[in-house]
Design a protein around this ligand. Structure first.
Ligand code: KIV
Length: 275
């Protein structure tokens, strides 16, 4: 008989790197997808501040608030008993210093029931990471292109090219030293991400950072084709959910408009038929 599946812990994420097993991660923002991704055996679910874009319809991630993310994180944490569930600290909820970072992290741990938090920045976020980790809260760091700084970067610009590779390595070493248990590398040349991955003891989770990272993460609406807009080069579509859902909605509209739905078997009789 096989062992019952247990929740993935930070320890197993570290072990995965040591054993050369790639870490699988997806975003999730609701109970239905969380249940499916958990059933599929995904290791880590991130309730990303990308909810700003794919749940709330905003252009950037900057506007989403802690109060808007906590209910989504609670839904995911409740529905995914086997994944490691990580909540993103949104823009403005941790940059003021270690105390603010800890306060926000505690809210996510208590009110959403997640197992870890993620925050953006390397060297500049070292003190915040250290404070949160010292309080017993696991932290995923996020370096390279960090969407909350997109105005500072001047758009979605690849990070760590040429001489900038040194800054990326410094950021990676800083978050490791501060106690992060993993680090997301976003929009980084594959060769630079490979070098960072080799230099760190903690796992790297790539998004647009090549195959040599210790794991990969994608926004699920991009990966499974619910998002029909223009997608970055690094996204592979594993499904075409936009087409499927559009077709289903059109079929439903036609069936209702024509009176073909509901039929008799989808309706209740006046009295219970005799057995
Ligand atoms: O918010 C998010 O979805 C993220 C991933 C892109 C890593 O930070």
């Amino acid at each position: 008989m096989s062992e019952p599946r247990k929740r993935i812990r930070v320890r197993q994420i570290a072990q995965a790197k040591a054993e050369g097993r790639r870490i699988t991660a997806l975003t999730s923002y609701d109970c239905m997808t969380a249940r499916i991704f958990d059933e599929a055996g995904i290791d880590l679910l991130l309730v990303g501040d990308s909810a700003a874009n794919v749940v709330y319809g905003a252009e950037t991630t900057l506007g989403v608030t802690v109060d808007e993310l906590i209910p989504l994180a609670r839904a995911v944490a409740t529905a995914a008993p086997h994944c490691l569930v990580v909540a993103d600290l949104p823009f403005g909820s941790y940059e003021q210093g270690p105390e603010q970072a800890l306060e926000t992290s505690i809210r996510f741990m208590k009110e959403a029931g997640v197992q870890a938090v993620k925050l953006e920045g390397g060297v500049r976020s070292q003190a915040m990471i250290r404070k949160v980790v010292d309080a017993g809260i696991p932290v995923v760091a996020h370096i390279g292109f960090t969407p909350q700084s997109e105005h500072g970067f001047g758009g979605h610009v690849i990070q760590g090219r040429g001489a900038a590779a040194k800054q990326l390595m410094d950021d990676a070493l800083a978050v490791q030293e501060a106690g992060a248990f993993a680090v997301v590398l976003e929009l980084v040349p594959a060769s630079v991400a490979a070098e960072v991955t080799k230099s760190l003891n903690i796992p790297t989770i790539g998004i647009g950072a090549g195959v040599e990272c210790d794991g990969q993460i994608l926004v699920w609406q991009d990966a499974f084709g619910l998002n029909s807009g223009r997608l970055p080069k690094f996204v592979r579509k594993f499904a075409e959910l936009h087409e499927t859902l559009l077709g289903a909605a059109q079929d439903y509209r036609e069936a209702v408009a024509s009176g073909a739905f509901p039929n008799e078997s989808e309706s209740y009789p006046d009295s219970t038929p005799a057995a």
